[in-house]
Design a protein around this ligand. Structure first.
Ligand code: G6P
Length: 439
């Protein structure tokens, strides 16, 4: 049966990667129709990416009809999968999320701390609106959400929209598994990692190759300086005591929590020298789009690997393929807890391994959280739930509470001035706070 996919945020520079993913999987996953959707401000980028995608499909001789549009509702008709890769406010808003917290002495990052909180505030209402449209127009379609902060956004949509076929995906577990395969010089298909936690706060408790526990070998490689950070994070490495005591694989974002002062120092220096990550990405994007315009270009350009989200579409395509083919394989997704982790609420979204079937992900039971990580994970989940509450209520005090419970903010007397500056900077994208904050 032919599959229709709608990509929201289709003008993103990442789109050629997902197009390549569909082309490569034509034999098993028959995507026959793709619609790229964007907003008015993204019209030019959408045209450029659309034309490149068209050339890629033509070159591959794939039987896919492609079009692009600004009319989201019309695009959703008959969709089987809808993937989202949007950034409300664009890279300019991201740069503010990165700079402002740093000015107040806090980590400035697009998915963690105060930056991640404001990205959630801007994004949640937009994704809920999309999900409600899906519930009406294509109720059987799966929403595959990549939009950051992916875990928080996925939970907000599951809690507050009429659509419940929603799965969050991130490239971090996918990339970690590939890096571990490289470290162990083993084909990735033979590597299993038990992932436990939340998006951008996930741990690998065990690594197995053909059923043999190889966790210590991977930890030894990390101790020797092997780094599996994506392009957006400069890995500072881990101490031997950290690795030997924890005996779990950290993910690159853990540096923000376990090396906060060093990361702050490093980011301050880097931002001064080269600009924030958003500012660096603006330059990478400008170059990418210049390339995309070249009518001779008909494949995904290598420079896309300079983006931190590289390979995200492999994770997305694998997920859609397994749902479509009812594969029953194991993938790492953001999905409802429903008892998988005993210490977290049933309606919390967690990032864990799940068996992927036609009826969606079936998460594999974890039981109780390992003691050393239990406190931080439950703390962060509380923060995430407060963040969702604030994004919906538009209440200043809910926003304050979210900051108070975030381990990267917490400093109670500094929260007001931090919030004031972030609210001022993002007013155009936060209509839900109009009554309490902006009047
Ligand atoms: C990581 C994260 C993604 C994030 C990306 C940012 O890989 O897992 O969630 O979107 O990096 O990359 P960028 O190139 O935009 O800094």
């Amino acid at each position: 049966m032919a599959v229709k996919v709608v990509i929201i945020g289709g003008g993103s520079s990442y789109t050629p990667e997902i197009i390549e993913g569909f082309i490569q999987r034509q034999a098993t996953f028959p995507v026959r129709e793709i619609v790229l959707v964007d907003i008015e401000e993204g019209r030019d980028k959408l045209d450029i990416v659309g034309r490149l995608a068209e050339r890629m499909i033509q070159k591959a001789g794939a039987d896919i009809s492609l079009r692009w549009t600004l009319n989201r509702k019309e695009a959703l008709h008959g969709a089987d999968f809808v993937s989202t890769q949007i950034r409300v406010g664009g890279l300019a808003a991201r740069a503010l999320d990165e700079r402002i917290p740093l000015k107040h002495g806090f980590i400035g990052q697009e998915t963690n701390g105060a930056g991640g909180l404001f990205k959630a505030f801007r994004t949640i209402p937009v994704l809920i609106e999309l999900a409600n449209e899906m519930a009406e127009i294509c109720p059987d379609a799966w929403l595959v959400n990549f939009t950051n902060p992916a875990g928080i956004v996925t939970e907000a949509v599951l809690k507050h929209s009429a659509h419940n076929k929603v799965i969050g995906v991130c490239n971090i577990p996918f990339n970690m598994r590939n890096s571990v395969a490289e470290i162990l010089q083993t084909p990735v298909e033979r590597v299993g990692i038990e992932f436990i936690g939340l998006n951008h706060f996930v741990f690998g408790r065990h690594v197995w190759v053909d059923g043999i526990d190889r966790t210590d070998d991977v930890l030894a490689a990390l101790n020797d300086g092997t780094d599996y950070s994506p392009a957006n994070i400069v890995g500072l490495g881990w101490s031997e005591s950290f690795l030997k005591s924890l005996r779990m694989l950290p993910n690159p974002y853990h540096q923000y929590y376990f090396q906060t002062k060093d990361v702050l120092k490093k980011d301050l220096a880097a931002y001064e020298q080269n600009g924030t990550r958003a500012e660096v990405v603006q330059q990478v994007e400008a170059q990418l789009f210049e390339k995309y315009k070249d009518i001779e270009l008909d494949v995904k350009p290598e420079e896309l690997e300079q983006r931190g989200g590289a390979y995200y579409s492999d994770a997305a395509c694998n997920l859609m393929d397994s749902i479509y083919n009812d594969r029953g394989d194991i993938q790492t997704v953001n999905t409802l807890n429903r008892g998988t982790i005993r210490d977290l609420p049933d309606d919390a979204v967690i990032e864990v391994n799940a068996v992927i079937t036609k009826s969606g992900p079936r998460p594999i039971a974890i039981g109780s959280l390992p003691l050393p990580i239990k406190g931080l994970i439950t703390n962060l989940k509380t923060f995430e739930q407060l963040a969702i509450q604030a994004a919906i209520s538009g209440s200043y005090h809910d926003a304050y509470l979210a900051c108070l419970m975030n381990p990267l903010i917490q400093d109670e007397k500094k929260i007001d001035s931090l919030l004031r500056e972030l609210f001022d900077a993002h007013e155009a994208y936060l209509p839900q706070f109009k009554k309490e904050v902006y009047s």
